[in-house]
Design a protein around this ligand. Structure first.
Ligand code: HEM
Ligand SMILES: [Cu+2]
Length: 526
């Protein structure tokens, strides 16, 4: 298509704006996510600067609240989730032997819906009163007109609804593509684990996201049109919002980690020179995590006044998730065990992922115990927990995927030498930044505060110091990505890591980068 005469008239730029090619759309999602990571990471720096001393006075309290709300919003909805949609777009069709997604135009539309959503949310900083100050959870009554009057809150709500719509459209596309467009011979149980992970993930997005949108829609109409769904005193119930919000947002933590589970399986197997251990167990575990993930949302609401018998149910159900998760961790370890291990950068990130994710999982099991949650709810212990799973888990897995698949997408390797530096800076940075927060939380430091008692100074200093490692690692990575993507051209062999004699996945069976429409002839799987 691209060399047909009328297409040639358009500059390459328009080619990207109008493309329906899953690979280009995937790459656009990835640059989008990287940009958002820079903004969100900058805000993290501002937060840590403010917290480097008890009352630094760097930020007004209002600005601090906007920063934590926007930091979390950008990282979750505009960085991690779009990054996985990007890798999914690029690699799901390749891995199942398809020429594109099922609905290429819908695919493009979903991406171009996410962009204005981001613009809308970011521009809320510019309106009177500034952006949202409630934290990314936007609980009423704090998020109602009475306490958050500014238009910034409305813009935020609308932006999240639009971004949610975009991700539902993407999810439908993934489900239909996976169900219908697998190459002949690729049965469900021959699908690579990344494809399985994305399929489960897409069903999560499809079922959970509309629930969030409905909660946000109630919030918006309460704010703008005088309805009283969530307004106490007029018959409404703010707890309804919490239930609906967490019915989305608990599964959302799996939406941010499941594709990572998939990638880690590929990377660990590739660099141990073995097949994945316990493939069927892995598929079952992914499905179980998807299902049980729906039965635990109220572990975020133990202190909100739900009855004791419900607390017991949600406490047990939350701990049960450790079982399929444990199956996955042990399968990765069994894959590595006895393998011929190559410590390439993707493998380093995969191993770092396993360690940090297990640590984050353990504090999660602690939090699932009601009495412990009573003690540390809304303290820095929780902040430590979710940063171990999100940064140590999701972000490390995104980095493993980046290093593993960059050669396929661009025809160039990222620097292995720099990669080692970047890995250690980030791995050490995560631990320096977030480990002390466990202790701070147990000692009683609350989250979402811009000033704290002087006793907490030393550990906060350590935590802020750790940010510098993360910043340096992140900037080095951005530099290498820009340099390799734009200033060096190359074309590597189909299988530059030399893993496919054992893996047999189709991503390594096409050129690097793959040609338009991927496969000259649709491959047949034996
Ligand atoms: C450079 C790395 C990062 C640093 C230093 C950092 C730091 C912080 C800090 C200090 C807070 C405020 C805690 C509070 O007062 O409650 C926060 C909140 C948060 N961060 Fe990060 N963060 C980083 C990366 C990330 C990433 C990659 C994610 C990915 C999802 C993320 C997700 C969140 C979330 C969900 C919140 C919760 C906001 C809230 O509900 O109050 N962070 N972060
Ligand atoms: Cu949860």
């Amino acid at each position: 298509m691209s060399d047909s005469p009328e297409r040639k008239k358009y500059p390459a730029f328009f080619e990207w704006l109008t493309t329906g090619d899953h690979k280009k759309i995937g790459i656009m999602y990835l640059w989008f996510a990287l940009f958002m990571a820079l903004v969100g990471g900058g805000l993290a720096g501002a937060i840590r600067a403010q917290l480097a001393s008890p009352d630094s006075g760097l930020m007004r309290p209002e600005l601090y609240n906007m920063s934590i709300s926007m930091h979390a919003t950008l990282m979750i909805f505009f960085m991690i989730i779009p990054a996985w949609v990007g890798f999914g777009n690029y690699f799901v069709p390749l891995l199942i032997g398809a020429r594109d997604m099922a609905f290429p135009r819908l695919n493009a539309f979903a991406f171009w819906l996410a962009v204005p959503a981001a613009v809308l949310i970011l521009s809320s900083f510019l309106v009177v009163g500034g952006s949202i100050q409630t934290g990314w959870t936007a609980y009423p009554p704090l998020s109602l007109k009475a306490f958050s009057a500014g238009a910034g809150t409305d813009m935020w709500i609308l932006g999240i609804i639009i971004a949610g719509t975009a991700s539902v459209l993407a999810a439908i596309n993934f489900i239909v593509t996976t169900a219908n467009m697998r190459a002949p011979g690729m049965t469900w149980l021959k699908m690579p684990l990344f494809v399985w992970a994305w399929f489960v993930n897409a069903t999560l997005i499809l079922i959970a996201t509309p629930v969030l949108s409905s909660a946000l829609a109630m919030l918006l109409t309460d704010r703008l049109f005088g309805t009283t769904f969530l307004t106490v005193g007029s018959g409404g119930d703010p707890l309804l919002y919490q239930h609906l919000f967490w019915f989305y947002s608990h599964p959302a933590v799996y939406i941010m980690i499941l594709p990572g589970f998939g990638v880690i399986s590929h990377v660990v197997a590739a660099f141990s020179r073995k097949r994945v251990f316990g493939y069927r167990g892995m598929v079952t575990a992914l499905a179980l995590i998807g299902i049980i993930g729906y039965m635990v949302w109220a572990h975020h609401m133990f202190v909100s006044g739900i009855p004791a018998w419900l607390q017991v149910f949600f406490s047990y159900a939350s701990m049960v998730i450790a079982v399929p998760t444990g199956i996955k961790v042990f399968s990765w370890l069994a894959t590595i065990w006895g393998g011929t291990i190559r410590f390439s950068t993707p493998m380093k990130f995969a191993l770092g992922f396993i360690g940090l994710f297990v640590l984050g999982g353990m504090s999660g099991i602690m939090l699932a115990n009601v009495p412990i949650d009573y003690q540390v709810h809304d303290s820095y212990f929780v902040v430590a927990h979710f940063h171990y799973v999100l940064v140590g888990g999701s972000v490390m897995a995104i980095l493993a995927a980046t290093y593993y698949w960059f050669p396929k997408m661009s025809g160039r390797f990222l620097s292995e030498k720099l990669g080692t530096w970047i890995f250690w800076l980030i791995f050490v940075g995560i631990n320096i930044t977030f480990f002390p927060q466990h202790i701070l939380g147990i000692q009683g430091m609350a989250r979402r505060i811009f000033t704290y008692r002087p006793e907490f100074t030393a550990l906060n200093r350590v935590s802020s110091f750790g940010y510098l490692f993360l910043l340096l690692g992140g900037l080095l990575l951005v530099w290498d990505l820009l340099r390799q993507a734009f200033f060096r051209k190359g074309s590597l062999p189909d299988d530059p890591w030399q893993v496919n004699d054992i893996q047999h996945t189709l991503d390594w069976a096409v050129a690097s980068p793959p040609p338009e429409y991927n496969f000259e002839e649709i491959p047949v799987i034996k």
